[in-house]
Design a protein around this ligand. Sequence first.
Ligand SMILES: [Zn+2]
Length: 222
Amino acid sequence: MSDSFRLGNDGIYRCDALQQFLWQKHGFGTRQGNPKAQITLRQIHSDRILNANVIRDRDHQGDALITDCIDRSIGVRTADCVPVLLLDSQNRAIGAVHAGWRGSAAAIIRRTIEKLTEDFGSKPPDIYAALGPCIRACCYVVDATVAQQFAMTFPEWELPLTGKQNLDLPEANRRHMVEAGVKLDQIFDCDLCTACQSASFYSFRREPENPGRMVAAIERLG
Ligand SMILES: [Zn+2]
């Protein structure tokens, strides 16, 4: 595992680079424990981003939340899809993103950074990002029609794509963030695979009948 993440006694992973900002708290859940999130969405594998400053219930569809409100935790639920938590170190805005292959292909993470800029004046170089447990290239094999949607993101792939392809979703999200202006050394990845590590994580691919999900949440405290 990456040394920039630590597993707490509560069964929740936290990213050291985010922990340096004492005005926030955050966590990535496991089978052993989940952080609380006041605001979540009905997730639809879209690129729809909601500003949680103006929503108060759980009856909204979308796949990313942003806010700069204090004491309003936002979260996403995943079991293989990539959870990304964002913070703007200057303006104290935060984000939580659910990026499966459809959201990643639609560059939801890049659109979330753009919306942080539009709504809160965030500058991409001030943004820190933490990528949580998700299915990794070791375990994530897709067919050519899915892979084709990432051909622009992975120019090193030999085209045309045929047959099966190992897809690295966290790397796709990392590249989309760098394109949006986030500094590579402010993007942190736990390197944990939900499909490999069955004792720690739910995995939709490994056990599609199991509705278990991990929560990734972040909150501005002050
Ligand atoms: Zn794996």
